[in-house]
Write a protein that binds this ligand. Sequence first.
Ligand SMILES: [Zn+2]
Length: 398
Amino acid sequence: MRFWSPSPPAYTLRGGHVVLDPLTGHNITAPLHLRARVLASAPRQTRTIDLAGAVVLPALINAHDHLELNHYPRTTFAARYDDAHQWGRDVSARLTQAPYTALRQHPLNDQVLIGGIKNLLCGALTVIHHNPPHKALFNASFPVRVLRRYGWVHSFGFSTPQQIANSYQRTPQDHTWFIHLAEGTNATAAREYQQLQALGCISGRTVLIHAVGISPDNIVHAARVPLRAVVTCPSTNRYLLDAHMPYTTWQQHAPHLPVWLGSDSRLTADGDLLDELRALPADVLHPTLLWGAFDGVGLAGGHLREGAPADLVVIRLQSADTNATQMLATIHRAQIALVMRGGIPQIGDPDLMHQFADVPTVAARLDGVPKRIHRVLATALARSSLQEQGLLIGEHAI
Ligand SMILES: [Zn+2]
């Protein structure tokens, strides 16, 4: 069974404000026509959905997650760490204790399903996964799209310099390469950029994740290269390090270097991508955080112009405020009125979901808010040994 179909029926979403392209600020009030992709005009047969003034946005991209780690509790063993390697060693030493032993025994497919559902529910329908490219992530039934063309290595804490260099060199030239770097506030973290440079791993295809402890000189260098991007995961940085990426220094020295937003996994994060957005200072909110990575890693998406995947979220904010990023920074996942992937509604408010008369849905409750969820998604969760926190389905939801 699929969460999406290559040839869904055509829909025309009417009566909404459509943020066509958050990166350019292009908005329209015209109807949006779509099947699996956005259409230029209404096909002969289309079903009309009344949005009653709600706002339509392209779905988001989560630039950093570990999809198999989202059923774990948020975990730390110290008030704060000087670098994430210390935290990593603390966690590794306890993996054979409760509750980790039991949590590790769930089938991998169930583990990654929770990661996928977490992202779908907050409208992040494309995810950049950091860890091996598990087969299940690329099944048609997986709840979100996952970047396929990537190279990755963990970090200087968990990989040898030789492993890091090998990973970079093995990654095809047209793939983006990801590493956790400078995740700390001490000298160890501050040294890592230069170590990476010495290994020959700094280039236009390099993406640094966290970069909390990077020096201003290294930021200047990163801007000059320029790197592909840096990814910030603010709630994780606050939780482990009581620190955050030096946004002001980045803005000052590398104003054109994209900063993408990642949720990291629930092992360290506060929740989902919307929670991360709210954790950022208001003056750094920029659409590149939520939509810039599509183009950055060579994926279609991040806009709703003709031909784009019909991946979108609908939000009931009766405001003409066209700043999509600031709008999203004010809401939680249960306030998303509709999530559509590939032109198929996945979850939404009952009144909206009922308008898609041909879509089989099941009653649900997300963080206490009544919803309808696509039956295929409900079935996948019913079969799983793990459940998504805050999501009740079927009779449990009533
Ligand atoms: Zn990570």
